[in-house]
Design a protein around this ligand. Structure first.
Ligand SMILES: [Fe+2]
Length: 311
């Protein structure tokens, strides 16, 4: 019988691992602390320290990276530059919306630099477009109605953006998952979305309804806000999924806020809350107006099996 037992045990060099101030992932390193490779961020570091507890307590969290702004000034400029050149999103008839969509495959056990792998864009025969497909079921996004959507992707320079990569790593450390699930590969969707009203014509999000996304966690961080009016975020009870925000009962609105300054952000647990962003109007219709946000979502590669219907 002994051969059939689980012989898992400490890996060689475990004691040395314990001495290291930075251990990466679940794999022990056999080197001394001084040999420790670059590591993932400390999940208890500001400004993310409250994110996990707020997510566990209330199903959403807000955070602000403005104190780190100088570290990310160059990265922020590059994201804004990319946003200024993005194609208009015409996939579901929405007005004044431009976007890029990218996708990483996250290997949590790997060292920084080997942890995030962008998925290559490809040619899609069904519509002849080159990019990455992002299709949501009609039950999740009734406005897009389950239509297959292909978006232009991030280029290599944008995938390497340090603000984007640090945000992914820090938020990943903060999202609550079963530890074994969290040790495996994750799919990380990244959307750069600009709502840009023109004149009296508002720009609207997709969907322009209270909704859930279908990914377990989604974060948003403000990249730019110029001459914009509206575009507030609301967090509500899940029962209001697919409803107009005006119809939501006041008691079911958990939070309303407007991301005003770049690097303000929020994250939602899709199983716990629904969310909404209101249309964006121009404060001065004669001037350029935009609200640009970077969205990051996390989905484990391991299938999440729904056992709720099994007696
Ligand atoms: Fe959403």
């Amino acid at each position: 019988m002994r051969n059939l037992e689980n012989n898992a045990g400490r890996c060689p060099g475990f004691s040395k691992c314990e001495q290291a101030t930075h251990r990466c992932g679940k794999h022990c390193k056999t080197g001394t602390p001084n040999d420790a490779p670059p590591c993932w961020p400390d999940p208890t570091s500001a400004p993310y320290s409250a994110v996990r507890s707020d997510l566990e307590k209330q199903g959403y969290a807000r955070f602000n990276l403005r104190n780190l702004k100088s570290d990310y000034a160059g990265a922020l400029t590059k994201l804004r530059q990319a946003a200024s050149e993005m194609p208009i999103d015409r996939t579901d008839g929405g007005a004044g919306r431009a976007r890029l969509y990218g996708r990483f495959h996250l290997h949590p056990w790997a060292e920084i630099g080997s942890d995030l792998h962008p998925e290559p864009a490809r040619h899609h025969e069904f519509n002849g477009q080159f990019g990455l497909e992002y299709t949501q079921p009609a039950a999740v996004n009734s406005v897009a109605g389950g239509k297959r959507r292909v978006f232009k992707t991030f280029d290599e320079q944008l995938y390497d953006n340090i603000l984007l990569r640090d945000l992914i790593r820090n938020l990943f450390r903060s999202v609550p998952f079963d530890p074994d699930v969290k040790a495996g590969i994750f799919v990380v969707g990244v959307h750069l979305i600009k709502l840009s009203p023109t004149g009296a014509c508002n720009a609207v999000a997709s969907p322009d309804l209270v909704h859930r996304d279908g990914e377990p966690f989604t974060a948003g961080i403000l990249i730019e806000r110029i001459n914009a009016k509206g575009g507030f975020n609301a967090i509500t009870h899940t029962r209001w999924h697919d409803h107009r925000f005006d119809d939501v009962a006041n008691k079911d609105v958990y939070d309303i806020f407007t991301l005003e300054t770049p690097l303000e952000g929020y994250i939602v647990a899709d199983s716990r809350v629904a969310h909404y962003v209101s249309p964006v109007a121009s404060a001065d219709p004669h001037l350029h107006s935009e609200r640009t946000i970077l969205l990051v979502d996390f989905t484990p590669s391991r299938p999440m099996i729904d056992m709720s219907g099994i007696a």
